[in-house]
Write a protein that binds this ligand. Structure first.
Ligand SMILES: NC(=O)c1ccc[n+]([C@@H]2O[C@H](COP(=O)([O-])OP(=O)(O)OC[C@H]3O[C@@H](n4cnc5c(N)ncnc54)[C@H](OP(=O)(O)O)[C@@H]3O)[C@@H](O)[C@H]2O)c1
Length: 341
């Protein structure tokens, strides 16, 4: 096996340090890749900044990162979907920030030569999170996504459609056959419409709740996905956003279910269910293979699913990841912070 380096977090608040790690052979249901690009999610810098205060199970030293794209260098004996040399993207839970990554058989998708590794790396965690929200039986339980969806006759509301989770939730909602409506800043209306949203609303408008309720007047909702920026959530705006979303869902007809990307700490209206999404849960249920084996390879090949938001490449090499955390933490709009390897 090749020698390899990883970006290590040795203690809460410590800067990432680059050091050796062991590369193991893939088990029969795994593949091993040479990583070529990784993307940063808010949870990465949150784990560094808050350590066991927010994530009590965290043990140091540890690796971080979930989003990776690269080249297959070894394939487990049960894996038939790819061969050595193929290009893939994958979800490597808290193990992406390394020169090599092991990917489970149900958590990777081949990508074409036309898609850069940097573009591909923006997809995994936020696709997984959206898929858990939309397709798990104990969340919105929508029909599985398809490149030729049958119209469901229901509207899905995605709050914060230009966020990374939002961009994926819009596309998966469309692939499930929903009419998808979303909130974002007006400068991002064009992007979310390109992803398939039929209607856009400005989440900072004083009339956003009544505007959305007016649109939903004669519609049935499939449920809602609640997302906000992590800093905004820490500052309390996430609760405000979720309060607005919960008010809309409580007054609309249909599935009064809100799947939230951040834990909700307010009062849930009677008759509404509000449930936190654990973006890694699809690793251990049927949704993982539904997304990464059945839907995504076909949807990417046919141009029915695109990598969004677009990558903002801030450096090359594992040593650039710390700087990339700082860029993500300052806040991005419709961008995914990426490091090439
Ligand atoms: N539960 C899980 O498994 C899971 C997985 C992934 C992410 N998350 C969480 O989901 C949240 C979003 O993550 P992300 O990577 O999608 O974020 P992101 O891409 O960094 O979010 C940036 C977006 O947030 C929007 N935003 C800023 N302030 C807002 C507000 N007050 N209300 C609503 N939206 C606001 C902005 O929209 P405009 O530019 O249009 O203004 C911006 O595009 C984070 O808290 C993250 O920790 C959870």
């Amino acid at each position: 096996m090749p020698s390899s380096q990883a970006a290590w977090l040795t203690a809460k608040g410590a800067p990432l340090t680059i050091g050796p790690t062991t590369v193991s052979d893939p088990t029969p249901n795994q593949i091993l890749i040479k990583s070529r690009a990784v993307a940063i999610n808010p949870v990465d810098w949150a784990m560094q900044a808050m350590g066991q205060d927010l994530f009590p199970w965290l043990k140091f030293p540890c690796t971080l990162g979930n989003d990776v794209a690269g080249e297959v260098i070894s394939v487990g004996s049960n894996v038939t979907r790819v061969k050595v040399g193929d290009r893939v993207l994958g979800f490597a839970e808290r193990a992406a920030f390394q020169e090599h990554a092991i990917l489970a058989g149900n958590l990777f998708s081949p990508i074409s030569n036309n898609m850069s590794f940097e573009e591909a790396s923006v997809i995994p965690l936020c696709l997984s999170t959206s898929a858990c929200a939309l397709f798990q039986k104990d969340h919105l339980a929508l029909p599985h996504p398809s490149v030729k969806p049958k119209p469901l006759g229901k509207t899905l509301l995605v709050w914060s459609g230009a966020s990374s989770v939002g961009c994926n939730a819009i596309q998966l909602g469309v692939a499930a056959g929903c009419d998808v409506i979303t909130t974002c800043s007006p400068k991002n209306y064009e992007l979310v419409k390109k992803l398939g949203a039929s209607q856009t609303f400005d989440y900072s408008s004083d009339t956003v709740v009544s505007d959305i309720l007016a649109y939903l007047e004669d519609k049935t909702i499939a449920g809602a996905v609640g997302v906000s920026n992590l800093n905004a959530w820490r500052a309390g705006h996430g609760v405000i956003a979720d309060n607005m979303l919960l008010e809309i869902v409580s007054k609309a007809k249909g599935n009064k279910f809100v799947a939230t990307a951040q834990p909700y700490k307010g009062q849930v209206p009677e008759g509404v269910e509000c449930k936190f999404i654990l973006g890694s849960a699809l690793a251990t249920n049927e949704v993982g293979a539904v997304i990464y084996a059945d839907y995504l390879p076909k949807a990417l090949a046919e141009g029915k699913f695109i990598a969004a938001p677009e990558p903002l490449v801030v450096g090359k090499g594992l040593e650039s990841i710390q700087k990339a955390f700082e860029v993500q933490m300052k806040g991005v709009s419709a961008k995914k912070v990426v490091v090439s390897l």
